[in-house]
Design a protein around this ligand. Structure first.
Ligand code: IMP
Length: 183
């Protein structure tokens, strides 16, 4: 699905797929360097990180392993509470591994800060975060995101894995969802 296919649903376009591709390639080049002599394990957070994981991992020139977690925030409403329930854990032990958490977006940071704490207790050699997008103005909990694609305004966005009510994940590019869609 392209941005033009859903232009009526978008308040504005933030990034085209081409712009995202170019930035993902830059992030991958940095990860290539940083993990050249390591044994990289990328852990994607379902469902949003599927596109980021697929594009970032395929842009690497080094080997990596991939695993997945599915998590959900406790609490009601649209904002995350920071208390996280693990719906699906990894299949891999991370003891002594160099773990790179792959996320779609860092919003409040509450989910990631819980997750990092949880994974750190499993004794990995190192743990870092890569996220395609980050909303600096929404941050409630300091999380150190080593690899960030784009800092974006504090608005509800869809595309590149990010959904509204389960839709738009397959949208190429990133746009701000028009409020009339959820009004
Ligand atoms: P956090 O704990 O507030 O950082 O929540 C992060 C999660 O909320 C992300 O992994 C997304 O799944 C979801 N999320 C945050 N902002 C957006 C958005 O603008 N569009 C769609 N999903 C979002």
């Amino acid at each position: 699905m392209n941005l033009t296919d859903v232009s009526a649903d978008l308040a504005n376009v933030l990034y085209t797929q081409e712009q995202i591709d170019a930035r993902i390639a830059e992030m991958a080049a940095q990860i290539d360097q940083d993990y050249a002599d390591k044994n990289l394990l990328m852990v994607g957070i379902l469902n949003g990180a599927v596109m980021t994981m697929a594009d970032l991992s395929r842009s690497l020139t080094i080997h990596c392993e991939m695993d997945w977690m599915a998590i959900s925030s406790y609490g009601s409403g649209v904002s995350s509470s920071g208390v996280v329930r693990i719906l699906k854990d990894m299949n891999t032990s991370i003891v002594g591994r160099d773990v790179l958490i792959v996320e779609d977006i860092v919003d409040t940071g509450l989910t990631l800060s819980y997750l990092v704490e949880n994974l750190r207790s499993r004794n990995p050699a190192s743990i870092e975060i890569a996220a395609a997008f980050r909303k600096p103005e929404a941050l409630k909990k300091q999380v150190d995101v080593k690899y960030v694609g784009f800092d974006i305004p504090n608005e509800f966005v869809v595309g590149f894995g990010l959904d509204y009510a389960g839709k738009y994940r397959n949208l190429r590019g990133l746009g701000v969802l028009s409020p009339k869609v959820y009004a």
